[in-house]
Design a protein around this ligand. Sequence first.
Ligand code: PLP
Length: 392
Amino acid sequence: MTTIYLDNNATTPVAPEVLDEMIPFLRDLYGNPSSMHTFGGQLHRKIEEAREKVAALLNAHPEEIIFTSCGTESDNTALMSAVESLPRKKHVITTRVEHPAVLNFCRHLARKGCRVTYVPVNNLGQLDTDFLFRAVDDDTAVASIMHANNETGVLFPIAHIAEKLKERGVLFHTDAVQTAGKLRLDMKSLPADMLSLSGHKLHAPKGIGVLYVRRGTRFSPYVIGGHQEKGRRAGTENVASIIGLGKACELAAQFLQKEASYLKVLCDRLEGALLQACPDARINGDIENRLPNTTNMSFEFIEGEAILLRLNEFGICASSGSACTSGSLEPSHVLRAMGIPYTAVHGSVRFSLSRYNTEQEIDRVIEVMPGIVRELREFSPFGREKLACPPE
Ligand code: PLP
């Protein structure tokens, strides 16, 4: 059975071109870039070339790119750097729908004495920006507001937010892990101070991330040790993955526009057909303003996990709102923050596509999904009434 992989917001396949670029650095060129000898030292130049490619994707300066181990480390570093660089300020602003890489780090900061404001969203997943701007005070060190939500794909107006926060002198970090490589990011026109991205969401391998830090921004390193990354992130460089990420960014920049249109067509086709074929189905999130590759749908009165298991039997990989964060069976904090009815939160499924998906694959999902929904509604031990109970 062939796999139909529609879980690209969780991770993406490594592009063949990326793998080809990486292999020599795993097999033959295994030196340490910090070594004095040419065997290792030559890798330094290669890392700088990759840094230039990442910078080009963001329209940034290569000096503004710090390689990290993942999106989570980039997010943690941005927040920690902000509060450490501004020790007199103790207020942090974020949203109720961030990835745990930001949310749980904010909880950690709260335990260390910071005051954290969580900005709410409405039932389309749109951010309450008035609430955000009202929350800013003289004590605010940083606001961390994601660009696109990983569960719903809903986009936040980060350009507007960054402008306003700049006027108020508040550091602004955005988690762009889900947008890098899918939408154009231009750091010359977006006045964010810091931005996170993660290699494995854009066809580079897992274990490599980037923190963009605008030149002139106060910065305090989080991983402390050697002098790598100009003393901003210690640890021997993950050379092969850095090279791979450089190539992935080059490919993304090349195909961005074409890919976005392609993915939107596939996503719309899937959504439209499922809405028509499955009763009590709905889309979660603002369809006018979201990633082109993501659709979060609810099939009410059944469990998302049960749908995933049945899809899995057909070789189709998707995820549910609840399980997408580290296998937890807790109902999605994102959908709950949106005030989505309990019956719909539990029946949510996220399909997230990539450049490697085809129309035939989408048609296969359209073919099998109505039967799965029908069958689960008939046989689920959780009948309509049970699931219709209020959560508390
Ligand atoms: N931020 C967002 C929005 C994400 O979707 C993810 C991963 O799913 C992360 C951060 C964490 O990235 P990583 O897996 O590279 O640590």
